[in-house]
Ligand binder design. Sequence first.
Ligand SMILES: Nc1ncnc2c1ncn2[C@@H]1O[C@H](COP(=O)(O)OP(=O)(O)OP(=O)(O)O)[C@@H](O)[C@H]1O
Ligand SMILES: [Mg+2]
Length: 412
Amino acid sequence: MDNIAGSPVEGENFFGRNDIAQHLRQILDHDDILLLGPRRIGKTSLARAVMAITRKDGWKAIEIVVASCIDEKGFLDKLEGELKKAIDSRAGKLWDGVREKFGALGKRIKSLKFGGFGATAEVGLAGSDADDWITVGNELLALLGELDDRWLIYVDELPIMLFNIIRQDQTGGVLRVRRFLDWFRNDVRALAGAGKVRWLISGSVGLDTLVQEHGMADTINSLNHQNLPPFTDPLACQLIRELATSYKITLDDNAVRQLVDAVSWPQPYYLQIAFQQLRSLIAASPATTPQDLIETAIDQIIQPGVGADNDFHHWEKRLDMQLAPPLAALAKALLAQSAARPGGTRAENLLDTVQQRHPGASDDEARALFVRLRDILLRDAYWLADDSSGGGRHYRFALEPLRRWWNRRNSL
Ligand SMILES: Nc1ncnc2c1ncn2[C@@H]1O[C@H](COP(=O)(O)OP(=O)(O)OP(=O)(O)O)[C@@H](O)[C@H]1O
Ligand SMILES: [Mg+2]
């Protein structure tokens, strides 16, 4: 097993999540899936494992990454491009006909006048004979219905695309996002042959928060929501043992245990990166017992320039993306407060911070604000609720290296 810390893993390196992949595959028999979770928790690796299973079952599977799309036209362009590639790789009369139609649709997509055209002014400008992206999108999907195959379309980073639309179009953006999600929920599912096409949608910034904050949670209700829990303890230990074996490093059970505990939220990426740091420390000082190097390894993860540093920044940035500025600032203040100690901070003390920062709010309002943010921070895996200290409920960081990083950034 290779010590990969960054790129998606496949085949032998895809550890411990075959059951989840099989489970998602079964869901796809009847439903489309929404797979949300922070960066680096293994979404792409999992999605590719699911694609591999569907391909064994005879489906066609394509992947589109839409993070760079700033409008609906960009989305269709990506979709058409990948579908075309999949179809181009096929020979045969049936495919020739479809290929031709695809070519024509591709041109229409490229010549769409308006990327999104949710705003009424644009509709007026476009006139009645201008193509609407929804019309073209429906025709594109209807074309798939003409083929015998079943399709899995994996769309990565859809929430970023939707946030892009909102940011670029201050007046009409939210409406366009609603229209896009409505299109997805209604038109796409109603198309003839819709049963042949399944969607696996994923993203590292909360689509759930976006739709809640804009009152359109109904638009994603029809998707089957999935997340990626961390490894169980035994599985996390097994991953470290298998890596140690591959790299001929002797780690006794205590050392394995200690490394897993030090990560504290055993998502595979953080295990991989902790092992990677430990591995290079061991190589640099072979005379030291590995156990004595674990603490340093964890500290190295949070240093600027180490790969994981980027990912920690993402935890901060995604708050800005998902939340309005005052809310994001408050969330960061609460996180900074709870980062001071591994055991976190008492709920009451966090509530005090909300009250101090919002002196105009009534007690009830401050409480409601705290609860709203707390639920987001729990759901997005920044925090865990901890009742074990005896001193009342504490909220603490789930991922210990992230806590240290946060703390370091907030210290002078
Ligand atoms: N099943 C797994 N077995 C072993 N390592 C894994 C597994 N899944 C993920 N990883 C680790 O996590 C890293 C990131 O995986 P992946 O790219 O699939 O995550 P992601 O959630 O798609 O990330 P991003 O949000 O950055 O796109 C991998 O490089 C690897 O270190
Ligand atoms: Mg990914």
